[in-house]
Ligand binder design. Structure first.
Ligand code: SF4
Length: 289
């Protein structure tokens, strides 16, 4: 099972009559020369690590820069206030995205899926889904395989690194991966999963990587929330039968081309965008940078 594009994945599903997660699992077995059990166990252990990272969130922790920490707890408290503007599921996912990204900034153990900077999106969506809908653990692991398949195609044809393609490559990729997995959990078909990924990635195209002080904190932590909500709304659109006018592979190709023409200053160098704003200068002065 070899795939290089979203179209390949869909073709393999059709030819083998296997579900998408199974196609991705079998490709992993072949490429890493591991047994089915090993492949499955690796993915399951990733999910366990995500769960542990969420449970180990410490509301009192602050990053060494002093810029991050405590917002996950603020979100939790607000979610309990009964003043939610969005669904309980989306609210919980926002809370978990903040907690995970803050944990990363505070040097706690996280799963870099696909990167440390975008580590909040996938766990936020899948952990919240398991919590809210008492989903079967195997189903969540299947959703992670689907996310991994999307991520592998993006990594091969564009990038998942902010230094190469800007934040579209990090938060955008994470959002597309989570959106496809969420459609699976909701009972959507393979086509809808890919549509969700395309819709999510489209919304993030052109996003600059402009971290203040070169630290993965501002704007990264709150962008994980944006990527999470974007994944949920994209999955909802796809489940409703709404389609991307641009094919999933063309969206990924567009991300690659945008990354190529994106200025160096917006690729994790902190030489442009938010990183060079007056507010950022003040923050950096306090950091001693
Ligand atoms: S702004 Fe840059 S460092 Fe921060 S999450 Fe986005 S890609 Fe990663």
């Amino acid at each position: 099972m070899v795939y290089h594009a979203i179209a390949d994945l869909l073709k393999l599903c059709e030819e083998t009559k296997k579900p998408l997660w199974e196609v991705v699992l079998q490709a992993d077995m072949e490429s890493r020369q591991v047994s089915r059990e090993d492949s499955y166990h690796t993915m399951e252990s990733m999910y366990t690590a995500m769960r542990q990272a969420d449970q180990n969130y410490d509301k009192s922790l602050r990053s060494s820069s002093g810029m991050s920490g405590g917002d996950g707890e603020k979100m939790r408290a607000f979610n309990e206030s009964g003043k939610n503007l969005c669904s309980d599921f989306t609210a919980l996912a926002m809370e978990k995205a903040l907690k995970m990204a803050e944990s990363n900034a505070c040097m706690r153990r996280i799963v870099a899926a696909p990167t440390a900077g975008s580590c909040g999106v996938i766990p936020a969506v899948f952990l919240s889904y398991e919590d809210m809908f008492a989903s079967n653990r195997d189903e969540i692991v299947h959703a992670l395989f689907i996310a991994a398949g999307i991520g592998a195609v993006i990594a091969e044809n564009a990038s998942i690194a902010g230094a190469f393609g800007g934040c579209q490559a990090e938060i955008g990729s994470a959002s597309a991966m989570a959106a496809a997995g969420l459609v699976y959990l909701q009972g959507g078909d393979e086509h809808q999963m890919m549509q969700a990924a395309a819709l999510a990635l489209k919304n993030m195209l052109g996003l600059a990587c402009d971290p203040v002080g070169g630290l993965v904190e501002v704007p990264c932590i709150k962008r994980n929330v944006a990527g999470t909500v974007n994944a949920i709304s994209s999955a909802q659109l796809a489940m409703a039968g709404i389609e991307s006018a641009i094919s999933p592979d063309d969206v990924i190709d567009s991300m690659y081309r945008i990354g190529n023409i994106m200025p160096h200053a917006l690729k994790e160098t902190s030489e442009g965008g938010l990183a060079t704003s007056e507010s950022a200068r003040k923050l950096c002065k306090n950091l001693g940078n």
